[in-house]
Design a protein around this ligand. Structure first.
Ligand code: SF4
Length: 700
């Protein structure tokens, strides 16, 4: 249908998908989105990728939840998900009052019988800052437990743990646009053209203008076309490769002596550790020629301005924190931090994963990463929230799943997360969800997780809500409602407040602005930033220094106790499960350009699903031929934990000996296969490496 331009209402908002945080103009006619354009935001300058431009229709999908649902008595929970079951076979519709009462009563009964530790909550990085803040406050103050986490545990928890330890802050030190100010850029474990496409446009423009790129990835990728050095290293050998570079910088004295003396501690310990990692010895380990390792180390260290970007290829390993420690060491010993065009930037996945983490949606910290174990800090939050708080760290995502199996956690509140797709070892994770005595799921679709729920609360899509969202660059941006909610669906924030009150909280927030004001009063990172300021300016980068938004931080030391960055030497730790004669291949998982995370939002988008409609597993064409398989056929991918069937795709990017499976297809959930072993520091599972085998045909 053609709609006259002057009949369109245009709403200024932000993209609901990735952490780049592109600003959008949403055109609406008759309560429906008809077009999304890019706006001149600081992180996109009018650009959008295919998801941001065409993926908006998910919000108007006929599959949206429109009525509160209560599980039918004759629909027992089963760990084996039957996706063919219609909603009416699992649930009956309920009034809001009945559903909210049932949701609250189940949680309160478990809390009162077994204590707060028997409850856990998964909040969402897709919701606003205000929703994330209230969610963690409800779990902490309402239920008396720190068992609250979200998908950051599955993407950058190891990055945050290494950054907090090394430089005292889990946020990026400079925006991704600073690639254009750099002389050398290292991108490692990240596929920006797929996962952060608009950030990739800045990278490509920088390369065109002469910035030298080093792309490190076990799979080939498009950015390698723009690179000075392309390092297709062996999966799981990041520390060998990075320590070899550190070895060269130390051996050839390419480090910044004065910067280290003034700003860095533990240099001698690092020197001693990397002495054993010569490029010649590490070359066969990581698969990169020693001369290439030396050349990259020299380029990074001797460039005037060098910056490092990384993604989940670095973080999703049992040695994810060690990988990040090596990257931090590279930046610290060369003084490539605290100036424009230098720094450390973990490219964040979801549109508000930075903000949700800042807001305290993690089990070990209150808002702004204040440890829950710190008695003074706890007293400050107890005063502010008027409730005694749990002095112990809570459990993380995978630990919560294990605690359900152990009978220690019996009730859960899940807002906008989909652990039945996103958690490793799905049979184990789904078995836990089926075992819960009481599960409340608040979402916009009947996700795989919602199918296990006792109560389902239909909530608001991004295009329907008002709130702030913080992108990968630390830019707090305003998301605005463009269309009405379908049926009886309610705002997430309203549901949180309602549930909070029914669980005993004395809450009378009038809306997100009031919640933001409370956050800002408790979070030093937001000092000087008001709701009105974000509303007026649309994007405010924290922290403020007087009136100045600090796009680059660490220019005057680090926010650590001694103001110094700390080097933490890393050892070579092998992946948890190596290939063997039974499972000879390496399975790695990730995302596709057209689909986002578990696919909960992009699979219902007609445009995006038409572009990538089919569950697939990708292997190198040579490997396919050697195995006697053919591209396009059905194959079974198997690990020690599970089995899926997918269409085999020939992909030259995938190295020999590897199989890549995206985790967005419920028909062939990659996480049926993945290994739940955790990085001991960040508690992130090893999604990027496990032993697998591939055979012709479907699951028997
Ligand atoms: Fe949205 Fe990310 Fe694409 Fe920008 S790059 S349009 S934020 S998905």
């Amino acid at each position: 249908r053609v709609v006259a331009e002057d009949a369109l209402e245009v709403v200024k908002s932000v993209c609901p998908f990735c952490g780049v945080g592109c600003q959008t103009e949403v055109s609406v006619a008759d309560g429906k989105i008809v077009r999304v354009d890019g706006r001149d935001g600081p992180a996109n300058e009018n650009r959008l990728c295919v998801k941001g431009r065409f993926g908006y229709d998910y919000a108007m999908s006929p599959r949206r939840l429109t009525r509160p649902l209560i599980r039918r008595d004759d629909a027992p929970k089963d760990a084996v998900l039957d996706m063919s079951k219609d909603v009416s076979e699992l649930f009956r519709e309920a009034t809001w009052d009945e559903a909210m009462e049932r949701a609250a009563k189940g949680l309160v009964e478990i809390r009162d019988a077994d204590g707060g530790g028997a409850i856990a909550g998964f909040g969402s990085a897709k919701g606003s800052n205000e929703e994330a803040y209230l969610f963690q406050k409800l779990i902490r103050a309402g239920f008396g437990t720190n068992n609250v986490d979200h998908c950051t545990r599955l993407c950058h928890a190891s990055s945050v743990s290494a950054l907090l330890e090394g430089v005292g802050s889990g946020a990026v030190s400079a925006p991704f646009m600073d690639a254009e100010k750099a002389d050398c850029v290292i991108v490692i474990g990240s596929r920006p053209t797929v996962n952060h496409p608009v950030a990739a446009t800045y990278f490509k423009r920088a390369a065109k203008r002469g910035t030298k790129f080093v792309i490190c990835d076990p799979r080939k990728q498009d950015m390698m076309l723009h690179a000075e050095h392309s390092l297709q290293f062996k999966p799981g050998t990041d520390v060998a490769m990075l320590n070899a570079m550190l070895h060269v910088i130390v051996e050839e004295e390419l480090y910044e002596r004065d910067y280290i003396a003034a700003n860095v501690s533990e240099f001698e310990a690092l020197k001693a550790k990397v002495a054993a990692f010569s490029p010649e010895e590490m070359a066969p380990v990581c698969g990169i020629d020693a001369d290439e390792l030396r050349a990259v180390a020299r380029l990074y260290a001797t460039s005037e301005r060098s910056i490092i970007f990384w993604g989940m290829g670095v973080s999703q390993h049992v040695h994810g924190t060690d990988n990040c420690r090596c990257l931090i060491a590279l930046a610290l010993i060369t003084g490539h931090v605290g100036r424009p065009g230098t720094g450390l930037h973990p490219l964040r996945g979801q549109n508000n994963v930075q903000g949700a983490s800042d807001a305290g949606l993690i089990p070990m910290s209150f808002p702004d990463y204040v440890p829950v174990t710190d008695p003074e800090a706890r007293a400050r939050f107890e005063d502010a929230w008027g409730r005694p708080l749990d002095p112990e760290k809570g459990l993380t995502v995978v630990e919560i799943i294990d605690a359900i199996h152990a009978g220690e956690i019996r009730g859960m509140y899940v807002m906008g997360e989909n652990p039945a797709m996103s958690d490793p070892d799905q049979n184990h994770a789904r078995g836990a969800l089926a075992k819960l005595d009481h599960l409340v799921v608040q979402d916009i679709f009947l996700t795989e997780t919602a199918r296990f729920a006792d109560v389902v609360l239909p909530a608001s899509a991004h295009a329907e809500k008002l709130g702030t969202f913080t992108n990968s660059n630390r830019q707090v941006q305003m998301g605005r409602p463009a269309i009405p909610m379908p049926g009886d669906a309610r705002q997430d924030l309203e549901l949180l407040i309602d549930l909070g009150k029914r669980c005993g909280m004395d809450w009378d927030y009038a809306g997100p602005a009031e919640v933001f004001a409370e956050m800002a009063s408790l979070m030093p990172s937001l000092t000087g930033i008001s709701w009105e300021m974000v509303e007026a300016e649309d994007s405010v980068t924290y922290p403020l220094d007087g009136d100045t938004q600090k796009w680059v931080i660490f220019d005057q030391g680090f926010p650590t106790k001694d103001k110094r960055g700390k080097l933490v030497p890393a050892d070579l730790v092998p992946p948890d499960e190596l290939p063997d004669s039974e499972f000879p291949m390496v399975l790695t998982t990730g995302r596709l350009l057209e689909h986002w995370h578990t696919g909960a939002m992009t699979r219902p988008s007609d445009v995006l699903d038409a572009l990538e409609p089919e569950a697939m597993a990708a292997m190198n064409p040579g490997e396919i031929a050697r195995a006697g398989l053919s591209a396009g056929q059905q194959v079974t991918v198997e690990t020690r934990r599970g089995t899926i069937t997918a269409t085999l795709r020939a992909d030259r990017d995938v190295a020999d000996g590897m199989v890549f499976v995206p985790f967005c297809f419920f028909e062939a959930p990659a996480n049926m296969l993945t290994n739940p072993s955790l990085d001991p520091f960040g508690k992130i599972p090893e999604f990027k490496f496990c032993a697998a085998r591939v055979r012709s045909g479907e699951v028997l």
